[in-house]
Design a protein around this ligand. Structure first.
Ligand code: 4NP
Length: 151
């Protein structure tokens, strides 16, 4: 089984969407997909209602997810860790203990022809920001799911 972790700051806006989108593309039980936040601010909370809504509009149900903090053990446990922005990257890499763990961690938009390199935090913006984030995560997950099922 390949284990994939999506990481953002709060684990209520971006990484729950990334988790839901990738799950919709990769079959369980071959893949286990989870998400976490580098801050524990929203631990135990459901995703932001705006993330739930944009996912639902695209036939993906993320309403049952619960926020949890990223922990150093995730670097051992997971095969791939996709982060949303450079701040997440920095926060996760602080916990890395060896090269194998370091190589697991990547910006989710680090793939050929991506238009931007970071997924912006939509928390303080409006609904348009969530549509924008959904679309960029959809493109990224399409690329990564193809790569992950290639072997
Ligand atoms: P996320 O968005 O990292 O995509 O879940 C955020 C949600 C909440 C906060 C920051 C970012 N906050 O500061 O409360």
């Amino acid at each position: 089984m390949t284990k994939i972790l999506m990481v953002c700051l709060g684990n209520i806006c971006r990484s729950p969407l990334a988790e839901g989108i990738l799950k919709s593309k990769l079959p369980s039980p071959s893949f286990f997909i989870d998400s976490a936040g580098t801050s524990g601010f929203h631990s135990g909370s459901s995703p932001d209602p705006r993330s739930i809504a944009v996912a639902k509009k695209n036939s993906i149900d993320i309403s049952q997810q619960k926020s949890r903090p990223f922990r150093a053990y995730d670097l051992e446990e997971f095969d791939h860790i996709f982060v949303m922005d450079n701040a997440n990257l920095h926060d996760v890499l602080r916990h890395v203990q060896n090269e194998e763990e370091e190589q697991k961690v990547k910006l989710i938009l680090d793939y050929p022809n991506a238009k931007v390199k970071e997924v912006p935090d939509p928390y303080y913006g409006g609904k348009d920001g969530f549509n924008y984030v959904f679309n960029m995560l959809e493109d990224a997950c399409r690329y990564h799911s193809a790569q992950l099922t290639k072997k």
